[in-house]
Design a protein around this ligand. Structure first.
Ligand code: GLN
Length: 541
């Protein structure tokens, strides 16, 4: 039987609801339960794929090719359960489905309304594909009181009623601010937020209170009394030094104890040694390396969430602290600025879109190649390295990407058709932008004697993709003769997936996003190897 836990937020946004949900998932898993995490996003976009990273942060891609909210990345990193398309829904998706049904005539005769049609569609989503899970943890985006969130709150209220309170739990995450001038914690915002939730018919079973200072017994009593719950169900969530310390911290405060108690489940304590080991590696590193990440959205780190975590995982595996210098690519359009790369131990160019900063990225890739600094190019980062090699090693001085307008020649060109399973997918220049890239997990075959095959320990891999452009295979021979080896290709041999420079200590470009699959307890081999190469390089400089 599947039980449902709904996680709502109040007072302010950005309290870390995604992390709280992910950590609760990890705790229940550590008690032996099977979990799945889902996110309901009240905005009108069909998915975050068309949103700027400044609006939304990273777009997290699932194996089955959905472009989803970055919280799904936290869910996977904390539980290892691969997210699916069906784990993230938005108002835009719900409405698209309902309007299509209405046009088909499925509701013939009825007036289509928010209640019951929208709320029913939300409930359908929450309940879908959850046969074998013990728990579905469902996070509701935004904060209570947002107008666009109302149908979602109504839908989960109805589910609470229909499934029975024994099968559902409502957890509300709030902020208990500390007022310096008064020298005390303030519970009033939380009281108001819970009242708002109650006015929608939802009584929280657990309050998770983010706070900079420990809650005193009086604060707890007050919150319990005014918010209508037992004192033990008021759980403090203090700041911790690393996100991987959150499961242990919440456990110590009794979060999972309260959850299993609510459902009348047995009290076997969770096994948290994995998390303790990870935190130990973060707290007591044996060295430090600096990685320069040359990108476009470097002043909004949420845009590179999975990447930053994957670098940390590489550090954990090598027991070093990874210091990241986030460098805006545009600065490298001035040649002198390349000196800034002299002190880093590895250069990484992440995924990205659009022309701005591309010449700076190409220059940074060139610096890494010629100065033998470990280089990791991811998606756009691989494309930039290929352009650099085409210009400088092959002598195609005007080589470029058709993503940035006309190039002569376009060594990176629009991907117009590719194999998905046994079917051919086709794209043109004038198609929709939303959801039409080459998305999700695709296989690649690796050259057995390559560095990447050695790193992966296998020659057939599956990685997640999100791209519209691709290295033009017509330049493969010329690039190989010049020293860039194509060591990973789509199994049909049509699409370059990986390039490397054998004559360089560590120079690898990949057309996919390995960061999306990295976990602290199962770090991605490419990140482990890249950080190891950076450690080796740091001994030289
Ligand atoms: N903009 C490039 C493309 O569409 C790279 C995409 C990416 O880095 N995710 O192919």
């Amino acid at each position: 039987m599947t039980r449902y836990i709904f996680i709502t937020g109040g007072v302010v946004s950005s309290l870390g609801k995604g992390l709280a949900s992910a950590s609760l998932g990890a705790l229940l898993q550590a008690r032996g339960f099977k979990v799945r995490l889902r996110k309901l996003d009240p905005y009108l976009n069909v998915d975050p794929g068309t949103m700027s990273p400044y609006q939304h942060g990273e777009v997290y891609v699932t194996d089955d090719g959905a472009e989803t909210d970055l919280d799904l990345g936290h869910y996977e990193r904390f539980t290892g359960v691969a997210s699916r398309r069906s784990d993230n829904v938005t108002t835009g998706q719900i409405y698209s489905k309902i309007i299509a049904r209405e046009r088909r005539g499925d509701y013939l005769g009825a007036t289509v309304q928010v209640i019951p049609h929208v709320t029913d569609a939300i409930k359908e989503f929450v309940l879908a594909e959850a046969e074998s899970e013990d728990f579905v943890i469902c996070e509701i985006g935004g904060t209570v009181g947002d107008i666009e969130g109302l149908p979602f709150f109504e839908a989960i209220r109805q589910l609470g009623h229909e499934l029975g309170r024994d099968n559902c739990l409502f957890l509300h995450l709030t902020l208990v601010p500390y007022l310096k001038s008064a020298g005390e914690l303030k519970t009033k915002p939380t009281q108001h937020s819970v009242k708002e939730l109650q006015s929608l018919g939802i009584q929280p079973d657990i309050l998770l209170c983010r706070s900079e200072q420990p809650l005193g017994p009086d604060d707890r009593r007050k919150l319990a009394l005014f918010c209508n719950l037992r004192e033990e169900a008021v759980i403090q969530a203090l700041d911790v030094e690393t996100i991987y310390a959150v499961p242990r911290a919440y456990h110590e405060e009794g979060l999972d104890r309260e959850v299993v108690r609510h459902f009348g489940l047995e009290e076997a304590p969770p096994r948290l040694d994995v998390w303790d080991d990870i935190v130990d590696a973060v707290r007591r590193p044996e060295g430090e390396v600096t990685i320069g990440v040359v990108g476009k959205y470097t002043n909004l780190l949420d845009a590179y969430k999975s990447l930053a975590e994957a670098l940390n995982h590489g550090g954990i595996a090598n027991r070093v602290k990874v210091k990241v210098e986030w460098l805006s690519a545009e600065i490298f359009e001035e040649e002198d600025a390349l000196d800034r790369l002299a002190d880093v131990h590895g250069i990484l160019i992440p995924g990205g879109f659009g022309e701005r900063g591309s010449e700076g990225k190409i220059a940074a890739a060139g610096f890494a190649r010629t100065h033998k600094v470990p280089y990791f190019g991811i998606c756009l980062g691989m494309q930039m390295a290929v352009i650099e090699a085409a210009r400088k090693l092959v002598g195609l001085h005007n080589a470029g990407s058709s993503e940035f307008g006309r190039a002569d020649p376009a060594v990176i060109g629009l991907l117009t058709e590719w194999l998905k399973g046994n079917e051919i997918e086709r794209r043109g220049l004038d198609g929709d932008l939303g959801g039409t890239m080459r998305l999700g997990a695709y296989p690649a075959a690796l050259k057995p004697d390559s560095q990447v095959a050695n790193i992966y320990g296998e020659t057939y891999i599956q990685e997640r993709h999100r791209h519209r452009y691709e290295v033009n295979i017509n330049y493969k021979d010329a690039l190989e003769t010049a020293g860039l080896r194509f060591t990973g290709m789509s199994p049909d041999g049509e699409l370059p997936e990986i390039v490397e420079i054998p004559a360089h200590p560590w120079f690898i470009g990949v057309q996919f996003h390995p960061e999306l699959r990295s976990k602290p307890f199962d770090p991605h081999p490419l990140f482990v190897s890249f950080i190891k190469a950076a450690v080796d390089h740091s001994r030289l400089v």
